[in-house]
Write a protein that binds this ligand. Structure first.
Ligand SMILES: Nc1nc2c(ncn2[C@@H]2O[C@H](COP(=O)(O)OP(=O)(O)O)[C@@H](O)[C@H]2O)c(=O)[nH]1
Ligand SMILES: [Mg+2]
Ligand SMILES: [Zn+2]
Length: 353
């Protein structure tokens, strides 16, 4: 198996030193605890992951990682985890402030939504924030177009929810739109599929692979969701194209990371904010707010601004757990909101409203 179609690049080559001469690079296609499936020049290998790389946090081996294997051992042993060039990460479950890597070294995050009731611009915003934050580019895939009564309306909403992202329309059931997805993933590129269960990810994957690799779930008539068909996170090389990482059933996903992802995912609001009268405008009712003006003019929805505020709050909160500077920023954020609310009230009182 050649490495470059799998995503091997200078970024990884540069990390090799002479002491690594006896080791073999490979890409992690699957991991369960200490066991991993690694794709490399010899083909597909079952490898062992040592305890220090087998935890649940960002320092552990994740699907999509490049590792160096010791082929002298049986089974081959993972010796090194090479530095990632990007990663789709979410906040780890529970009270922990750690990140969990869903997919490593990804170019594109394909946000798949079904147009049969699953469609939610708010979820698209959340996933786009994670994508930008991880150094990847989001792409929105609107699937089940056959079931959508207002396709142009949904495309418009999705486009507004993810500025800078391509929006594709597909009916994976009969293969429509599959070529558009394949076109985004030439050899060497990596895409990760995310979305709720039942939106058609496995159907799309089967088309891209050209055979029925994955079971697909029938939709329950009562709630429009797919039956629970559990599969694990895994990396799949596409014939004649790049690789795809499947992250099944991602319903709850906590944002994690810095502010850049959010600024990118809400670039329209960030740009408008430059025109607000106050440099630290919280867009919460201050006078001369360009964002509120855009809402009044109908170019930005109030729901989108609310989503921006709540993701920002969530992000800052996650950061406060391990970072005093972020805690100060969090407090500043709330002070600003409260000040804006007070100003707003005063203004209204003065205007006799
Ligand atoms: N009507 C319609 N159904 C689809 C489409 N794509 C997938 N489905 C169906 O939706 C259900 C869930 O699909 P599946 O690929 O298992 O979703 P996953 O959970 O995201 O992997 C299956 O019954 C599919 O046949 C589509 O474009 N249109
Ligand atoms: Mg599936
Ligand atoms: Zn403002």
């Amino acid at each position: 198996m050649e490495l470059s179609p799998l995503g091997w690049s200078d970024h990884f080559q540069r990390q090799l030193t002479p002491e690594h001469d006896t080791l073999t690079p490979g890409r992690v296609a699957f991991r369960h605890g200490h066991q991993a499936t690694v794709l490399g020049e010899p083909g597909e290998l079952a490898a062992l992951v040592p305890a220090r790389l087998a935890g649940g946090d960002a320092s552990a081996v994740a699907v999509g990682d490049w590792v160096l294997l010791d082929p002298g051992q049986d089974p081959p042993f993972v010796r090194h985890l090479l530095d990632r060039r990007s990663a789709l990460q979410r906040k780890a479950a529970g009270r922990s402030s750690d990140a969990q890597v869903l997919a490593a070294n990804v170019d594109l995050v394909l946000i798949v939504t079904g147009l049969d009731g699953d469609f939610s611009p708010r979820r698209i915003e959340r996933l786009a924030t994670l994508a930008w934050d991880g150094g990847a580019t989001p792409v929105v895939v609107l699937n089940k177009a056959d079931l959508c009564p207002d396709l142009p309306g949904c495309v418009r909403e999705a486009t507004a929810a993810a500025p800078g992202a391509e929006v594709l329309v597909a009916t994976a059931l009969d293969g429509q739109g599959v070529d558009l997805v394949r076109g985004l993933l030439p050899a060497g590129r990596t895409g990760v599929l995310v979305g709720s269960s039942g939106v058609g990810k496995s159907t799309l994957i089967n088309h891209l692979l050209g055979y029925e690799r994955q079971r697909t779930g029938a939709v329950r008539a009562d709630d429009g969701r797919g039956k629970h068909v559990t599969t694990a996170r895994q990396l799949l090389p596409l014939p004649g194209a790049g690789v795809l990482i499947d992250v099944p059933g991602l319903r709850e996903v906590g944002v994690w990371g810095g502010d850049e992802g959010l600024q990118h995912a809400f670039s329209d609001i960030a740009e408008l904010a430059a025109g607000c009268r106050f440099a630290d405008c919280g867009h919460a009712g201050e006078p001369g707010c360009a964002v509120q003006a855009a809402i009044a003019a109908g170019t930005v929805t109030a729901a989108r601004l609310a989503s921006f505020h709540s993701l920002r709050k969530e992000l800052l909160w996650a950061q406060t757990r391990h970072d005093a500077a972020a805690r100060a920023e969090y407090e500043r954020f709330w002070k600003q909101i409260h000040r804006a609310q007070r100003q707003h009230k005063k203004l209204r009182a003065r205007e006799g409203r």
